[in-house]
Design a protein around this ligand. Structure first.
Ligand SMILES: Nc1nc2c(c(=O)[nH]1)N[C@H]1C(S)=C(S)[C@@H](COP(=O)(O)O)O[C@H]1N2
Ligand SMILES: [Mo]
Length: 230
Protein backbone atom coordinates (compact mmCIF):
# COMPACT_ATOMS: atom_id res chain seq x y z
CA UNK A 1 0.00 0.00 0.00
CA UNK A 2 1.25 3.47 -0.79
CA UNK A 3 2.30 5.58 2.20
CA UNK A 4 -0.20 8.34 1.47
CA UNK A 5 -3.03 5.81 1.19
CA UNK A 6 -1.93 4.19 4.44
CA UNK A 7 -1.89 7.57 6.15
CA UNK A 8 -5.34 8.42 4.83
CA UNK A 9 -6.68 5.14 6.21
CA UNK A 10 -5.07 5.77 9.58
CA UNK A 11 -6.61 9.24 9.81
CA UNK A 12 -10.04 7.88 8.90
CA UNK A 13 -9.82 4.97 11.37
CA UNK A 14 -8.48 7.29 14.07
CA UNK A 15 -11.59 9.51 13.76
CA UNK A 16 -13.87 6.48 14.02
CA UNK A 17 -12.08 5.10 17.06
CA UNK A 18 -12.17 8.50 18.75
CA UNK A 19 -15.89 8.92 18.32
CA UNK A 20 -16.56 5.31 19.31
CA UNK A 21 -14.68 5.72 22.61
CA UNK A 22 -15.12 9.43 23.31
CA UNK A 23 -17.75 8.99 26.00
CA UNK A 24 -15.93 6.11 27.72
CA UNK A 25 -12.70 8.11 27.78
CA UNK A 26 -14.51 11.07 29.34
CA UNK A 27 -15.74 8.78 32.10
CA UNK A 28 -12.33 7.38 33.09
CA UNK A 29 -11.27 8.52 36.60
CA UNK A 30 -8.16 10.40 35.48
CA UNK A 31 -10.42 12.74 33.51
CA UNK A 32 -13.77 12.66 35.32
CA UNK A 33 -12.89 12.19 39.01
CA UNK A 34 -14.41 15.13 40.91
CA UNK A 35 -12.52 14.27 44.10
CA UNK A 36 -9.05 13.36 42.89
CA UNK A 37 -6.43 12.84 45.60
CA UNK A 38 -3.15 14.69 45.31
CA UNK A 39 -1.55 18.11 45.62
CA UNK A 40 -0.51 21.05 43.48
CA UNK A 41 -1.96 22.85 40.50
CA UNK A 42 -4.20 20.97 38.09
CA UNK A 43 -2.37 19.23 35.27
CA UNK A 44 -3.70 19.34 31.71
CA UNK A 45 -6.38 16.74 32.37
CA UNK A 46 -7.51 18.53 35.51
CA UNK A 47 -5.84 16.35 38.16
CA UNK A 48 -3.50 17.68 40.90
CA UNK A 49 -0.02 17.55 39.43
CA UNK A 50 1.31 15.26 42.20
CA UNK A 51 -0.93 12.25 42.91
CA UNK A 52 -1.53 11.16 46.52
CA UNK A 53 1.43 9.41 48.16
CA UNK A 54 3.88 10.44 45.45
CA UNK A 55 7.13 12.42 45.83
CA UNK A 56 8.71 14.32 42.99
CA UNK A 57 12.09 13.04 41.83
CA UNK A 58 14.62 14.64 39.49
CA UNK A 59 16.39 11.33 38.84
CA UNK A 60 14.82 8.61 36.77
CA UNK A 61 15.11 5.30 38.60
CA UNK A 62 15.20 2.02 36.66
CA UNK A 63 12.67 -0.65 37.59
CA UNK A 64 12.25 -3.96 35.84
CA UNK A 65 12.57 -7.70 36.28
CA UNK A 66 16.36 -7.50 36.01
CA UNK A 67 16.65 -8.73 32.46
CA UNK A 68 17.31 -5.94 29.96
CA UNK A 69 17.14 -7.39 26.43
CA UNK A 70 19.63 -6.27 23.79
CA UNK A 71 17.65 -5.42 20.65
CA UNK A 72 19.10 -4.33 17.34
CA UNK A 73 16.93 -2.10 15.17
CA UNK A 74 17.24 -4.63 12.32
CA UNK A 75 15.83 -7.48 14.36
CA UNK A 76 13.24 -5.37 16.22
CA UNK A 77 9.60 -6.21 15.45
CA UNK A 78 6.30 -5.07 16.88
CA UNK A 79 3.29 -7.34 16.52
CA UNK A 80 -0.27 -6.04 16.83
CA UNK A 81 -2.76 -8.90 16.80
CA UNK A 82 -5.69 -10.61 18.53
CA UNK A 83 -9.17 -9.12 18.11
CA UNK A 84 -8.29 -6.91 15.13
CA UNK A 85 -9.34 -6.79 11.48
CA UNK A 86 -5.81 -6.25 10.26
CA UNK A 87 -3.04 -7.91 12.30
CA UNK A 88 0.33 -6.30 11.59
CA UNK A 89 3.98 -6.94 12.23
CA UNK A 90 6.04 -3.77 12.00
CA UNK A 91 9.74 -3.43 11.34
CA UNK A 92 11.65 -0.43 12.65
CA UNK A 93 11.18 1.32 9.30
CA UNK A 94 7.43 0.64 9.26
CA UNK A 95 7.21 2.06 12.78
CA UNK A 96 9.17 5.21 12.01
CA UNK A 97 7.01 6.17 9.01
CA UNK A 98 3.87 6.21 11.18
CA UNK A 99 2.80 9.71 12.31
CA UNK A 100 5.35 10.90 14.89
CA UNK A 101 4.29 13.08 17.81
CA UNK A 102 6.09 14.93 20.57
CA UNK A 103 4.55 15.32 24.00
CA UNK A 104 5.49 16.35 27.52
CA UNK A 105 3.89 14.34 30.31
CA UNK A 106 4.40 13.02 33.82
CA UNK A 107 5.60 9.57 34.91
CA UNK A 108 4.13 8.17 38.13
CA UNK A 109 5.73 5.03 39.53
CA UNK A 110 3.75 2.94 42.00
CA UNK A 111 6.83 2.78 44.27
CA UNK A 112 5.93 6.44 45.04
CA UNK A 113 8.16 8.59 42.85
CA UNK A 114 6.90 10.89 40.12
CA UNK A 115 9.02 12.47 37.42
CA UNK A 116 7.29 15.50 35.92
CA UNK A 117 7.48 17.14 32.50
CA UNK A 118 9.23 14.41 30.59
CA UNK A 119 9.56 15.15 26.90
CA UNK A 120 8.83 12.20 24.62
CA UNK A 121 8.74 11.41 20.93
CA UNK A 122 7.01 8.46 19.37
CA UNK A 123 3.83 7.06 17.89
CA UNK A 124 0.37 7.31 19.40
CA UNK A 125 -1.02 3.93 20.36
CA UNK A 126 -4.23 5.32 18.86
CA UNK A 127 -2.57 5.44 15.43
CA UNK A 128 -1.27 1.88 15.75
CA UNK A 129 -4.79 0.84 16.62
CA UNK A 130 -6.08 2.70 13.61
CA UNK A 131 -3.72 0.60 11.52
CA UNK A 132 -4.79 -2.70 13.10
CA UNK A 133 -8.51 -1.85 13.42
CA UNK A 134 -9.80 -3.42 16.64
CA UNK A 135 -13.01 -5.41 16.21
CA UNK A 136 -16.19 -4.29 17.97
CA UNK A 137 -15.64 -7.16 20.39
CA UNK A 138 -12.25 -5.90 21.62
CA UNK A 139 -12.26 -4.41 25.14
CA UNK A 140 -8.67 -4.61 26.45
CA UNK A 141 -5.08 -5.00 25.35
CA UNK A 142 -2.28 -7.07 26.80
CA UNK A 143 1.17 -5.66 26.08
CA UNK A 144 4.23 -7.91 26.01
CA UNK A 145 7.87 -6.98 26.50
CA UNK A 146 10.93 -8.73 25.04
CA UNK A 147 11.85 -9.59 28.64
CA UNK A 148 8.56 -11.58 28.85
CA UNK A 149 6.84 -8.89 30.94
CA UNK A 150 3.12 -8.39 30.38
CA UNK A 151 0.63 -5.72 31.43
CA UNK A 152 -3.03 -5.04 30.56
CA UNK A 153 -5.21 -1.95 30.08
CA UNK A 154 -8.71 -1.20 28.84
CA UNK A 155 -9.20 0.31 25.38
CA UNK A 156 -10.52 3.58 26.83
CA UNK A 157 -7.19 4.03 28.62
CA UNK A 158 -5.15 2.79 25.66
CA UNK A 159 -6.77 5.27 23.26
CA UNK A 160 -5.88 8.41 25.21
CA UNK A 161 -3.79 10.82 23.14
CA UNK A 162 -0.88 10.82 25.62
CA UNK A 163 -0.42 7.04 25.47
CA UNK A 164 2.62 6.70 23.24
CA UNK A 165 5.11 4.16 22.02
CA UNK A 166 8.23 6.21 22.52
CA UNK A 167 11.71 5.93 21.02
CA UNK A 168 13.08 9.30 22.18
CA UNK A 169 13.21 10.99 25.58
CA UNK A 170 14.53 14.54 26.16
CA UNK A 171 15.84 14.54 22.59
CA UNK A 172 17.92 11.35 23.01
CA UNK A 173 17.27 7.77 21.92
CA UNK A 174 15.46 5.96 24.71
CA UNK A 175 18.21 4.22 26.71
CA UNK A 176 18.10 0.44 26.90
CA UNK A 177 17.61 0.44 30.68
CA UNK A 178 14.43 2.49 30.24
CA UNK A 179 13.03 0.18 27.57
CA UNK A 180 14.77 1.22 24.35
CA UNK A 181 14.44 1.02 21.44
CA UNK A 182 10.68 1.40 22.10
CA UNK A 183 8.47 1.35 25.20
CA UNK A 184 4.94 2.37 25.96
CA UNK A 185 4.02 5.19 28.37
CA UNK A 186 0.71 5.67 30.21
CA UNK A 187 0.87 9.13 31.85
CA UNK A 188 -2.65 8.87 33.32
CA UNK A 189 -1.94 5.50 35.00
CA UNK A 190 0.92 4.17 37.13
CA UNK A 191 3.95 3.54 34.99
CA UNK A 192 3.98 -0.25 35.28
CA UNK A 193 1.15 -0.19 32.70
CA UNK A 194 3.70 0.88 30.10
CA UNK A 195 5.79 -2.02 28.86
CA UNK A 196 9.49 -1.42 28.25
CA UNK A 197 11.03 -3.22 25.21
CA UNK A 198 7.54 -3.66 23.83
CA UNK A 199 7.18 -6.60 21.43
CA UNK A 200 3.48 -7.28 21.08
CA UNK A 201 0.09 -5.67 21.62
CA UNK A 202 -2.66 -8.26 21.79
CA UNK A 203 -6.29 -7.13 21.58
CA UNK A 204 -8.64 -9.11 23.81
CA UNK A 205 -12.36 -9.80 24.06
CA UNK A 206 -12.09 -9.77 27.82
CA UNK A 207 -9.67 -8.54 30.41
CA UNK A 208 -6.59 -10.65 31.14
CA UNK A 209 -4.14 -9.84 33.94
CA UNK A 210 -0.49 -9.07 33.29
CA UNK A 211 2.63 -9.89 35.31
CA UNK A 212 2.14 -7.48 38.23
CA UNK A 213 -1.65 -7.57 38.04
CA UNK A 214 -1.47 -11.32 38.71
CA UNK A 215 0.72 -10.61 41.73
CA UNK A 216 -1.67 -8.25 43.51
CA UNK A 217 -1.19 -4.95 41.73
CA UNK A 218 -4.31 -3.09 40.66
CA UNK A 219 -6.06 -3.91 37.43
CA UNK A 220 -6.93 -0.24 36.88
CA UNK A 221 -3.95 1.68 38.44
CA UNK A 222 -5.42 5.19 38.89
CA UNK A 223 -2.80 7.41 40.55
CA UNK A 224 -5.35 9.96 41.86
CA UNK A 225 -7.27 7.24 43.69
CA UNK A 226 -4.22 5.66 45.30
CA UNK A 227 -5.27 2.61 43.32
CA UNK A 228 -2.06 0.58 43.73
CA UNK A 229 -3.14 -2.88 44.84
CA UNK A 230 -6.19 -4.99 44.16
N1 LIG B 1 9.07 -4.95 29.80
C1 LIG B 1 8.97 -4.42 31.03
N2 LIG B 1 8.30 -3.27 31.15
C2 LIG B 1 8.17 -2.70 32.36
C3 LIG B 1 8.72 -3.31 33.53
C4 LIG B 1 9.43 -4.53 33.35
O1 LIG B 1 9.92 -5.14 34.30
N3 LIG B 1 9.53 -5.05 32.08
N4 LIG B 1 8.55 -2.70 34.75
C5 LIG B 1 7.44 -1.75 34.88
C6 LIG B 1 7.52 -0.99 36.08
S1 LIG B 1 7.07 -1.79 37.50
C7 LIG B 1 7.80 0.36 36.08
S2 LIG B 1 7.66 1.29 37.48
C8 LIG B 1 8.28 1.04 34.87
C9 LIG B 1 9.65 1.61 35.16
O2 LIG B 1 10.20 2.25 34.05
P1 LIG B 1 11.68 2.82 34.17
O3 LIG B 1 12.60 1.69 34.55
O4 LIG B 1 11.99 3.42 32.87
O5 LIG B 1 11.65 3.86 35.28
O6 LIG B 1 8.36 0.17 33.75
C10 LIG B 1 7.34 -0.80 33.69
N5 LIG B 1 7.49 -1.53 32.46
MO1 LIG C 1 6.92 -0.19 39.20
Amino acid sequence: MEESEKLRRIVEARMKLKSRFEEKIRQTPSVSDNRPMGSGMPNRHGMPVLPVGQTQTKKWPVLDLGLQPDLSLESWRLVVDGEVENPVQLTWEDFMVLPQVEDTSDFHCVTSWSKLNMNWKGVRLLDLMALALPKETATHILCYGYDSYTTNISLEEALKPDVLLVHTVEGQSLPKEHGGPVRMITPQLYAWKGSKWISRIEFLKQNKLGFWEERGYSNTAYPWRNDRYS
